[in-house]
Write a protein that binds this ligand. Sequence first.
Ligand SMILES: *[C@@H]1O[C@H](CO)[C@@H](O)[C@H](O)[C@H]1NC(C)=O
Length: 315
Amino acid sequence: MMTIAYLLGVVLLALNTNAKYVIQDDYKPSTFADQFNFFTAPDPTHGFVKYVDRTTAQNTGLYKVENGKVYIGVDKTNVAPNGRNSVRLESKKKYTRGLIIGDFQHVPGQACGTWPAFWTVGPNWPNSGEIDIYEGVNNGTRNAMTLHTSDGCTINRGTDFLGNVETTNCYINAPGQYSNQGCSFTANRDNAYGRAFNQAGGGVYATEWTSSFIKVWHFPRNAIPADIKSGQPNPAGWGKPMAKFAGGCNFDQKFANHQIVFNIAFCGDWAGNPDVWRNGCSQYGATCADYVRNKPKDFSDVFWLINSLKVYRNQ
Ligand SMILES: *[C@@H]1O[C@H](CO)[C@@H](O)[C@H](O)[C@H]1NC(C)=O
């Protein structure tokens, strides 16, 4: 009897663990565009980019559903005197904690002037926080994962993650860090970003946000956990994340009501920063804006192709 009760207990425990996260929102391609706002204001990061509305995006092929995948791209045809057309999507729904899993067939391939990002952000920035899950500029090869907060949020260094800690203070005006640098990890491998990610057949980014940490995992196509594929994700079995943000931070106080954002900016505060531009891109254009204005064809690989986006909530 003891043994049966014990086994039953183990089985129930296992079932319970597997059921920890339940689906909250499945952003299906057919209704994807309805569930996002097409942001059309001037770029908050001062880029040489013009974010177009839904009608323009759909009429010019910057947004479409292609073979059951969501395509989000940029103008790769026209010289762009006033900033290159692009799309910035912000989810209508807002989330506090949870598990966000994006499966990408293709992420924007590297090109000078580009600044793609997949991220989440709350109101009254930076007081409700920002979580940058996937981000980089120009010809960079390593994904950056970053938090931006108000004062009073720091993270620990350690060994229970794969990426490299770049900075530990998440406060946007932290002393000794660049303005708005935040606390940041870079990936430990190339196949987590850009062309190398695409050459690996794409893959998954999973972000678990709890009261005590924020973790980001990257899985190349051939290493996606079965429980993600089956829609019953259990991060406890995934091994070390690429980034683990935890330490001197009250996550419930610093992060709330986030919208999910996809965008591809050009130039601006990071990609177009003269020091950053000089480091590997100035041979293509005197300034970032010159290059982005005049070389539409160089941006033909700069698009997202999203297989799925699912948000799970803690049961
Ligand atoms: C670097 O950027 C230039 C200009 O966009 C592009 O032509 C080139 O392919 C890039 N190189 C790499 C290695 O990403």
